[in-house]
Design a protein around this ligand. Structure first.
Ligand code: MF3
Ligand code: CO
Ligand code: CO
Length: 247
């Protein structure tokens, strides 16, 4: 899981370096595909439940699962790139929302606070802690900053399967009392919105967008519960999270 997580982080950095105005999301898909195969891995999204590409690229009002296409990124866009690699039998899953050129202040704040919300969620991870502590920490941070929390998509157990086991809501659900145990691996991947977090699905059956058309951001790490806390698996060899290189 450490090796898969590290590979996912490295691929995400390569993808992030390709982000600039004029680059198509199809080009980013090619970068991720090639970087994944170069490491001896398989891009987990490709043909997953019929998904047609190797990565998700979610621009502006797209919450998640945006499908790469021929549209060039424009100055002022924000784009989440969500990389998952299947390497030596296990998956590593991580995403960052990148700024494209000069981005307006509201969007920059959305992106920055979404990252902090994810970090607050990660800080809540330790053995014997109920899983609802994660969503509580994320939701508290979002609401403190006047941001919405998408409820339809959640973090997930991950390992030999892409999505399995634990469900990790990004809002507080007191009924969700599953207790964290050392050795568990799962993702935290909050999607926050500038406006109302209600979502709609395009007729491609993948692309999830905000109903009000306002912008949304997401960050994701794959995590391991350790004996005394948490370890981020989707980091570079020196322990740096990919997002640090673009902050
Ligand atoms: N990487 C996404 C997640 O964080 C899942 C993408 S599924 C796909 O769970 F089929 F859209 F790729
Ligand atoms: Co995930
Ligand atoms: Co993901």
């Amino acid at each position: 899981m450490r090796r898969a997580g590290m590979a996912a982080a490295e691929i995400l950095v390569e993808a992030g370096r390709a982000v600039r105005p004029g680059v198509t999301t199809d080009r980013i898909d090619a970068v991720v595909h090639d970087a994944t195969v170069a490491r001896g891995g398989y891009p987990s999204p490709l043909n997953y439940r019929g998904y047609p590409k190797s990565v998700c690229t979610s621009v502006n009002e797209v919450i998640c699962h945006g499908i790469p296409d021929s549209r060039p990124l424009a100055d002022g866009d924000i784009v989440n790139i969500d990389v998952t690699i299947f390497l030596d039998g296990v998956h590593g899953d991580t995403s960052v929302t990148f700024l494209v050129g000069e981005v307006d202040d509201h969007s920059r704040r959305l992106v920055a606070e979404t990252r902090v919300a994810m970090d607050r969620g990660i800080d809540a991870v330790r053995p014997a802690q109920p899983v609802h502590a994660i969503g509580r920490a994320i939701e508290r941070h979002a609401h403190r900053h006047g941001l919405g929390v998408v409820r339809e998509f959640i973090g997930h157990g991950i390992g030999t399967e892409f999505h399995s086991g634990l469900q990790v809501k990004h809002y507080f659900d007191p009924g969700d009392g599953t207790v964290l145990v050392a050795g568990m691996t799962f993702t935290i991947e909050p999607m926050l919105t500038l406006g109302n977090p209600s979502c709609a699905l395009w007729d491609d059956d993948w692309t999830a967008v905000t109903l009000d058309g306002r912008r949304t951001a997401q960050f994701e790490h794959t995590l391991l519960v350790t004996e005394d806390g948490v370890e981020r698996l989707t980091v570079l060899p020196d322990g740096t999270p990919p997002a640090d290189l673009f902050a």
